[in-house]
Write a protein of this length. Structure first.
Length: 243
């Protein structure tokens, strides 16, 4: 179990540092969490006030479902455990919960009826697997708001939060981070396409569904290979994350 916990810390720290590299973060306001293997109701969380470029595996917080810090120095941001704990507890598949205000995805959440459209191959990774919360309720400072978000998420792996950002969940950190990365790339191309003023060329539902099934059929192997490759980049250029 100690080895599993250590690996979970390393993977979460890597995801945070990589998100900063790719511009998927915003200041110190966003948060990633990872359920601790074998410990129900316990999860790792980045501490409030630590820039993601400086997060380390040993510096992550171990918190309970109420936001109490069990291990580590630092503070668990109120909105972090209000959002993350209900999603972890309600959805057993959500071992990794990633919440960001990444720019292109958040741009779509700022539009009337903003939706991820089936206009690129990357967008088809998420075909029919995105939930939309169109009712902004202010800053999440009550667990009831997280419960509401968890309900809107349902059986999807991506949640668009109107005027706010996105939540991505996954069984592993590799799967969640891979989805976060490609979600932003899909949103970026869509926003660029929309900026031309020309009509979007949508992919038909049958083909989109077939492509989605192909991606899901990879059973996380592609995501694992991607995440491991990115960690090797960190190992070579920024190894402090694993300390």
């Amino acid at each position: 179990m100690a080895d599993d916990l250590r690996q979970a810390r390393i993977d979460l720290a890597a995801a945070l540092r990589l998100a900063e590299r790719f511009g998927l973060h915003e200041g110190i306001c966003n948060h990633f969490s990872y359920a601790v293997p074998g410990r129900d109701g316990r999860f790792l969380l980045n501490p409030y006030g630590t820039h993601w470029s400086q997060v380390t595996a040993s510096g992550l917080l171990l918190v309970d479902k109420d936001g109490s810090v069990l291990e580590g120095d630092g503070q668990a941001e109120t909105s972090a455990f209000c959002i993350h704990a209900p999603i972890h507890l309600r959805h057993g598949r959500a071992n990794a919960v990633l919440h960001t205000h990444m720019p292109y995805a958040t741009t779509l959440t700022s539009l009337e009826d903003g939706r991820l459209e089936p206009v690129t191959q990357n967008a088809l990774r998420f075909h029919g697997d995105v939930a939309y919360d169109d009712d902004y309720s202010g800053v999440a400072e009550d667990p009831a708001e997280g419960e509401r978000m968890a309900g809107v998420l349902g059986d999807k792996r991506v949640l668009f939060l109107a005027h706010h950002g996105v939540v991505v969940v996954g069984a592993t950190m590799a799967q969640a981070f891979d989805d976060l990365y490609y979600l932003e790339r899909a949103c970026e191309v869509q926003v660029l396409a929309m900026s031309t003023g020309r009509p979007l060329k949508r992919i038909g539902a049958n083909l989109a569904g077939s492509a989605f099934s192909s991606w899901r059929g990879k059973d996380g192997s592609y995501a694992k290979a991607h995440f491991e490759a990115l960690k090797r980049v960190l190992d070579a250029e920024d190894p402090g994350y694993a300390q």
